[in-house]
Structures are given as C-alpha cells and as structure tokens.
Design a protein around this ligand. Structure first.
Ligand code: 5AD
Ligand code: SF4
Length: 457
C-alpha cells in the first residue's frame, strides 16, 4: 500500500481546458494511490496548484494563492505543497518559488505530470523537497487515469504543444513542440469513455487542425480505410462512427490550418457539433502579421463565409486581444468592424499582456494601459451587442441540450449546453443530469439562454 493512502488532496487549477484536464489526470493518479479529494486547501494534506502563464494576471493570482499555503504548512508540518503547470516551465518563476516560497515541497512541469505520485511518495518518505522538470519531451505518456469532473462528458487530449509561435504567446515555450497522439489510442480512449457513460467528448489541442496522428499498424481501425498518417478530419470521421457517442467538440482551431476537409466533416458527421472556436486575435491584417498569425483579415472572413455556407446553423466564438504593441486606433477600428461583420456568438476578449521571453515583449511600441482599457471597453460593447442579437434569435427554437446539472447560481435551476455550445437555464428535475433533452428557448440573454423543457409526451 502506498504511503499516500488515505491522504486528503485539493487541486487548484488556473487556466485553460488543457490545464483542467491535466488536473483531472493528477486527481486520477492520486485516487489510484488511495487519496481522496477535499473541497478546500485548508482541509488538505496535499495541495496542488496547477498554474497558467498566458497572462500576467494568472501569474499574480498564483503567487497570491501560494502565499496562503504558508499558514497551512505552519499548522501541519506533514502538509505537502506542490506546484506544477505552465509557469513552472519558466526558469525565472522556478527560481522565485524556490527563493521566496520555501514552504513548497514539490515542483513539477507540464512534461513530468506522470512522475507526480512517485515524487510525492519520495517527499513523504524522505522529507526532502523535489523538483522534476523537463524542457520538452518527445514521448507521450499513455494510459494515465483521470478523475473527470462530469460523468457524461469528457476532455480527450489529441495533441500536446504548439509550433506556431504567435509573437505574444508563451505557450510554445511552456508546452513544447507539437506531438500528436496515435489515432488508435484516441479511439480506444473514447470507446472506453463511452462504455463508462460519456456522451460528449471535447478533443483538446492548442491547434487541433495541425493534428497528424501516426498509425503504425496499417490495419483497419474503427471501420475506416487503412491510413498511415491521420489528419484531424480523418480522426473526426472515425470518432463519428463510435456507437453510443452522441457529441464531438474540439478546441482550439487555428484559422491558418482549417481545411475544406474539416468543413466537409461538419456536414457529414452528425455527431460533430455545429460549433467552432476560431480565434481571430485582431481584425487588422497589419497586426495579424506582427502577431505571426499567418492569415489576413480577408482570409479569415472567407473561412467564416465558407463555414456558414456549408453549415448555416454553425455557432462561432473567438478570442481577441486588444492593445498588441503598435496597435493604432485605425487597427482597432478594423477589429471592431470585423466583430460587427462576423457577429460572433461569443468572444473572449483580452488585454494584451507582455510575456517575458516572447518576441512581442521586446517590441518598443507598447500601448499605454489606459488606451488598452478604453479600447477593451468599446470592444466588449461590440461583442456583447452581437451575442445579444444572436441569442435573441433563438427564442422559439427547439434545441437539444445535454444537461450538466444544477446551475451554479440557483440550485433549483438546471443548466446545460446546446449543440452550438450555448448555455441554457431551465426548470427541471435533477435526475435529467447527463441526458440529452429537447428544450424550447424562451429568452435570449447576452451570455446565456433561458428555456423550458419540451413536453415529450
Ligand atoms: N496577452 C493577452 N492575451 C493572450 N492570449 C495569449 N497570449 C496572450 C497575451 N500575451 C490569448 C489569445 C489566445 C487565448 C487563449 O489567450 O487570445 O487565443
Ligand atoms: Fe499561443 Fe498561437 Fe500556439 Fe495558440 S497557436 S497556443 S496563441 S502560439
């Protein structure tokens, strides 16, 4: 039996779905060692902070939380404080943690997650601090367990890392180069998830459109023709044929690699949800070039046109950064006009955040904070107007909703997602959780819909 048996753990996760899924893996490994989850770090024997470095805000919140662990350690000398994730892939952060936060016992990174149980056992037995970091890794470790947040839906990593080096972004430095999982591993994982009751999978990767899965054994898997190197659309077609699976989603798609074959897959594959997250970042071709995005405003608009032509019901969300170095009012106007033209269903808007080590951090035409904020406010207004318009148009429509459970705001209200990833609140019995049901939309709001369950009788 492991020395970890019976220990209480708490995981605090910052950042994207990739990090959320890494935390599910960490939880799965701890459960296998006999640990169990508790709701707060104060009650835990082991706290893990899974960090994000995408923007400076996330850094600040991490250090704030880390400071709070000191008191817990003082109360309980056997307490183990662990930090991991993207921030730990940066040497200056690791140095700061070691020098200013001596109560941290374990530091590990994005390429050493699978080592975590071993490190914990070592710390328990030898009462020493450990650091286990790798700059990058070529191998993908398969077969790790995961303790999923929901029984009816699951994240599935299809690839790791990023090769795109957008000039503002730290991810290629913290997550390493692109590595695709083998299609067979992915299909087997999805089949197992379906056998466990999962209805919806979200395929994860920084840029799923550049997925290239090698299938060494040229045998026929999942009823498809033998293919040696699978692209993303091949994978979608194969997953679409898995019995019992109801919905397939994916995140994130880089516009430069979105193929006609994938657009075709939206039409052909009934299980592929009519929803795409397609980050634009800026509406100005000049800024897109400075960002190293490798597409122009016109090319992006053409993609949106093709997607909507092929799949008229498709919902589209995006990411937009304001205040990238050198962004003029004219560039920003281009972003505003693009938002008004595309009319996104929703958009994540970000203030440009200087990330040490990225090319854009060295650009000398940084935008003053007050200008960034002022543009940000105007952008949010434009984004919200579009969302409101889109959501209002749903009133009277019948939507299939996968029920997630009680709403966070009101435990008497159920909440779920439409195929187009819109959040819907409605009254109903908690026993509907995990089911796909018909909901009539009665109200469209900026960030969600309200509905009523269709009487199936
Ligand atoms: N500043 C602001 N936003 C950023 N993003 C990535 N890096 C930065 C940065 N340095 C945003 C992009 C990306 C999303 C996940 O985070 O819009 O698509
Ligand atoms: Fe960052 Fe660009 Fe890679 Fe996305 S595609 S993770 S924004 S470098």
């Amino acid at each position: 039996m492991s020395v970890l048996n019976g220990k209480k753990y708490n995981i605090i996760t910052f950042g994207c779905q990739m990090n959320e899924h890494d935390s599910e893996t960490i939880a799965g490994m701890l459960q296998e060692k006999g640990c169990f989850a508790v709701p707060s770090k104060e009650e835990s024997d082991i706290t893990v902070i899974n960090t994000c470095s995408i923007r400076e805000n996330a850094d600040k919140r991490f250090f704030g939380t880390l400071g709070q662990l000191k008191k817990i350690k003082e109360r309980n000398p056997d307490y183990i404080a662990c930090v991991c994730g993207c921030m730990m892939q940066q040497q200056h952060i690791v140095d700061t943690v070691k020098s200013k936060y001596p109560w941290v016992d374990i530091i590990f990174g994005t390429h050493t997650i699978h080592k975590f149980p071993e490190l914990l056992e070592k710390v328990c037995l030898e009462k020493q601090k450990v650091t286990e970091l790798l700059e990058d890794s070529r191998e993908i470790v398969e077969g790790l367990p995961a303790k999923r947040l929901y029984p009816h839906k699951a994240f599935v990593n299809i690839m790791y890392g990023c090769n795109n080096f957008c000039t503002y972004c730290i991810v290629p430095y913290t997550r390493g180069r692109e590595k695709s999982r083998s299609p067979l591993e992915i299909i087997l994982e999805v089949k197992q998830l379906v056998a466990d009751g999962v209805k919806e999978v979200t395929l994860l990767g920084q840029n799923v459109n550049s997925y290239r899965g090698k299938h060494d054994d040229s045998g026929n898997i999942c009823g498809s023709d033998p293919i040696q190197t699978w692209d993303f659309a091949d994978l979608i077609y194969a997953l679409n044929s898995i019995d019992g699976l109801e919905r397939i989603r994916f995140m994130t798609s880089h516009p430069k690699d979105l193929s006609d074959k994938l657009i075709r897959a939206f039409v052909d594959c009934k299980k592929l949800c009519n929803y795409i997250h397609l980050p634009i970042q800026s509406g100005s071709s000049r800024i897109l070039q400075a960002m190293n995005r490798k597409y122009t405003r016109e090319q992006y608009l053409e993609l949106v046109r093709k997607l909507r032509e092929a799949v008229p019901r498709i919902t589209i969300s995006t990411d937009i950064i304001v205040g990238f170095p050198g962004e003029t009012e004219e560039d920003f106007q281009q972003t505003l006009s693009l938002v008004r033209e595309v009319k996104y269903d929703s958009a994540f808007t970000f203030l440009y955040s200087m990330r040490p080590g990225t090319p854009a951090a060295k650009y000398d035409d940084q935008i003053p904070e007050d200008v960034k904020h002022e543009r940000f406010n105007r952008l949010v207004d434009a984004v919200n107007d579009a969302s409101m318009e889109k959501n209002s148009a749903y009133v009277g429509r019948m939507e299939k909703v996968l029920v997630d459970g009680a709403s966070k705001k009101d435990e008497n209200t159920l909440t779920g997602r439409t195929e187009g990833f819109k959040l819907v609140d409605f009254s109903g019995d908690m026993s509907l959780t995990g089911q796909l049901i018909d909901v009539e939309i009665t109200e469209g709001k900026t960030f969600s819909l309200r509905g009523r369950i269709k009487n199936n009788a």
